[in-house]
Design a protein around this ligand. Sequence first.
Ligand SMILES: C[S@@+](CC[C@H](N)C(=O)[O-])C[C@H]1O[C@@H](n2cnc3c(N)ncnc32)[C@H](O)[C@@H]1O
Length: 190
Amino acid sequence: MKRFSAARAAFCAGLLAVLPLTSSLAATGKFVGDSGIELDAPYVPTPQPIVDTMLTIASVGKDDIVYDLGSGDGRLVISAVRDFGAKKGVGVDIDPVRIKEANANAKGAGVADRVTFFEKDLFRFDFTEATVLTMYLLPDMIAKLRPQLIAMKPGTRIVAHDFSIPDWEPVKTETVDTATIYFYTVPAKK
Ligand SMILES: C[S@@+](CC[C@H](N)C(=O)[O-])C[C@H]1O[C@@H](n2cnc3c(N)ncnc32)[C@H](O)[C@@H]1O
């Protein structure tokens, strides 16, 4: 069971303003997705101009394998492959409704052969293959992921929408409308 912390409550208050009406909070403090499953973060899609800026900041190109943790309707990995020429895109989302949507969107975008969406808990998912990792997750989720992020291959680029990685100085931050994008590069191991 997850503690519903003050920070999480404050964040959620902000997010709730833009939440789809289908999302709600369970007694555990988790969110309830469209499929009725409990989520650690609600589904709020990243607007396309922010998607484009995130992928531009990360300099996504033909040699990249782009992973999105909590991939929603798949827009980040679909854009990475379709618009930036990434060789492969991988998304993971715990909500089967999102996975179905993402697969349909990939098919519609003509990139179904280069993107894969896994219906899994991102905390039990291996993303070490990524050369670029994107995420739009709650602060407590990012804090929990931090050891895995730091341990990624040196040179891996990480782009976070609105919520930064604690105690890690971003290489760059950029503001698009009301959103802040944080860009990190995994340093060489000592
Ligand atoms: C804020 S949305 C971001 C969607 C997408 N990345 C984007 O930027 O448009 C967070 C996503 O994380 C998913 N999610 C929440 N908890 C999860 C978990 N434990 N494992 C995998 N996905 C999760 C939700 O279903 C939702 O689609």
